[in-house]
Design a protein around this ligand. Structure first.
Ligand SMILES: [Zn+2]
Length: 566
């Protein structure tokens, strides 16, 4: 069986992995369907945690989301790579594995493939729909464009035809390679040296002349999250309603129900970016301690990946001043109070030594110098057939004579070629692991039952948080009322004697959330000792009369559930 870094898994291979792992590692690994896609495919969620200690939902949770965009299948491999790394190490090292303790303490919720429909279409014909291959219903009111593998070679590439109005030209000395026509390249009509370019496909309701290419990517699930949602007319791909699709609805529900999730990461491709939410509001509108945690996550990921860090609000934008809206990472944080961050795997720019100024430039265009470097790198490391299809003539039913060919982007730009996959997965895995290790960790520091007099007892309990984050996770979680302001305390009392009664009893309102050693402060200086707050622990006291077995359960929200028996 192939490892996660040796190939890209289609839906059947993904399910095969899930079945194998559940069978092999039942103590740690399980998967379930959280709903069906619009075309009826299961959306799988993995729960990775040591079940022998306590139920997964009673531990701090870390959420990994991948492949919300159809063609970004590297994320799926990255999500599974996490399982593979942890469980294979446990398999070989047993209790000596660092993950043995980790999986006792936390739970990973892993969504390896947000869009099974999109991935299916991608694997079948390299159809890079944005999130789903189903067309948008209102498109048929107008002339519009459908991507289609016209020459049946299993890949949707490009079509080109000569036109003096064309926006592309061939790169000098590189026949077949198109680059953007320069602003000063005025047309010499007689030479016919410019090209129009479209993806392989056909127009719907073609009137014989009008070539209208609308948003042929279709719906974008990562524009359908409820926070700062904007409809299609404002935000391309957003559709008509937040969570309009069964996929987005199912994921939002599954996420919302798991109140123990304290932090999350979203895997995308490509570019080699770390993108910090929120995009729709400015950083200074966040609580400082929340802002610092997102900064810390970005720093950890940057260190492990060498990817560049960008703010979703003012940096990672296509139009200045217009951030993208309806992103899931933003919703996780703004509405659910769960930290989020987005990773765009794979940076061919860096690999090939290309220069760039602005993040989204890597998606939008390429200079002639950069194209020459990219080609040189590709030639050295890859077989041409894997990244370029030689232009071949094709009689298009609507456009007449065209050529089909150009770059095959699927496993060149969009996803790393297989030989580069392992390295990308490993880098992001290390950063992800470190982000997940910020979890709040509640322990019993001491517990004592003292006999005060005949039939009169005092219980003393000191609870403490030894983790980095506070047990409430983020200030945002409290402000959004995603979790209760006080930890919830429940009693389970059995075997009471006739005269049993409380003299002094602790209730939920007496309980505080516990700060972590981050102290919510950016200023942790080893020189001045200025950062100290005793909010990392709390002492609780009860007095009762009579006899009873007393068991307490304290739900510390993001810190998990603590059970104490007296
Ligand atoms: Zn994406």
């Amino acid at each position: 069986m192939e490892k996660t870094y040796q190939s890209y898994f289609n839906n059947a291979e993904l399910l095969d992995f899930l079945k194998r792992y559940q069978e092999k590692y039942p103590r740690w690994f399980s998967y379930e369907s959280i709903g069906k896609s619009i075309l009826g495919k299961d959306i799988w969620l993995i729960t990775l945690s040591d079940r022998t200690v306590k139920p997964p939902e009673q531990k701090p949770g870390f959420w990994v989301e991948a492949n919300i965009h159809s063609s970004e299948v590297t994320g799926t491999q990255g999500a599974l790579y996490l399982c593979e790394q942890l469980l294979e190490d446990l398999d070989s090292s047993g209790e000596d594995s660092p993950y043995f303790e980790l999986l006792k303490k936390i739970t990973y919720y892993i969504l390896p493939r947000f869009t099974p429909d999109g991935a299916d279409a991608f694997f079948k014909e390299k159809n890079s729909s944005r999130s789903t291959p189903i067309p948008r219903p209102w498109r048929f009111q107008e002339s519009s464009f459908n991507r289609k593998d016209l020459d049946g070679d299993g890949e949707i590439t490009l079509m080109r035809w000569k036109d003096p109005c064309g926006a592309f030209k061939e790169l000098k000395g590189y026949p077949g390679v198109l680059v953007p026509r320069a602003s000063f390249d005025f047309s010499l009509e007689s030479k016919g040296e410019y090209y129009q370019v479209l993806p392989e496909g056909v127009f719907e309701n073609f009137d014989g002349f009008s070539k209208t290419k609308n948003n042929d990517f279709g719906y974008d699930f990562n524009r359908q999250a409820p926070s700062y949602y904007s409809p299609e007319g404002v935000q391309k791909g957003a559709g008509e309603l937040p969570l309009e699709f069964p996929e987005t609805r199912a994921v939002a529900e599954a996420f919302r129900q798991r109140k123990n999730i304290f932090s999350s990461i979203s895997y995308h491709t490509y570019g080699g970016f770390i993108i910090k939410p929120p995009s729709s509001i400015k950083n200074h509108e966040l609580a400082l301690e929340d802002f610092m945690v997102i900064e810390k996550m970005a720093e950890l990921l940057k260190t492990s990946t060498q990817y560049s860090v960008h703010s979703g609000n003012d940096d990672f934008v296509y139009t200045p001043g217009k951030p993208l809206s309806g992103n899931f990472d933003e919703w996780y944080f703004l509405h659910q109070g769960v930290f989020g961050i987005t990773v765009e795997y794979w940076d061919p720019w860096e690999k090939a030594g290309l220069s760039w100024q602005k993040a989204v430039e890597k998606y939008e265009s390429i200079s002639e110098e950069n194209m020459i470097r990219l080609l040189a790198w590709a030639k050295e490391h890859l077989d041409e057939v894997d990244y370029f299809k030689v232009w071949t003539r094709y009689s298009h039913p609507q456009l007449g004579e065209v050529e089909i060919g150009g770059f095959k982007t699927s496993f060149f730009l969009t996803n790393p070629p297989i030989k580069f996959l392992a390295n990308e997965l490993e880098k992001v895995f290390q950063g992800t692991l470190q982000c997940s290790q910020m979890f709040p960790n509640v322990i019993i520091k001491s517990q004592e039952k003292t006999k005060l007099a005949e039939g009169l007892f005092r219980l003393e309990l000191v609870v403490a948080n030894t983790g980095y984050l506070p047990t409430y996770g983020s200030v945002q979680a409290l402000d959004m009322k995603s979790i209760p302001r006080h930890p919830e305390l429940n009693y389970n009392i059995s075997g009471e004697s006739q005269d049993f009664c409380w003299i002094k009893k602790v209730t939920s309102k007496d309980l505080n959330h516990l700060k972590g050693f981050s102290h919510g402060s950016p200023r942790i200086s080893p020189f001045f000792g200025t950062v100290f707050s005793h909010e990392y622990e709390q002492k609780l006291e009860w007095i009762f009369q009579g006899e009873a077995q007393i068991s307490l359960q304290i739900d510390y929200a993001k810190g998990g559930v603590l059970t104490v028996n007296f």
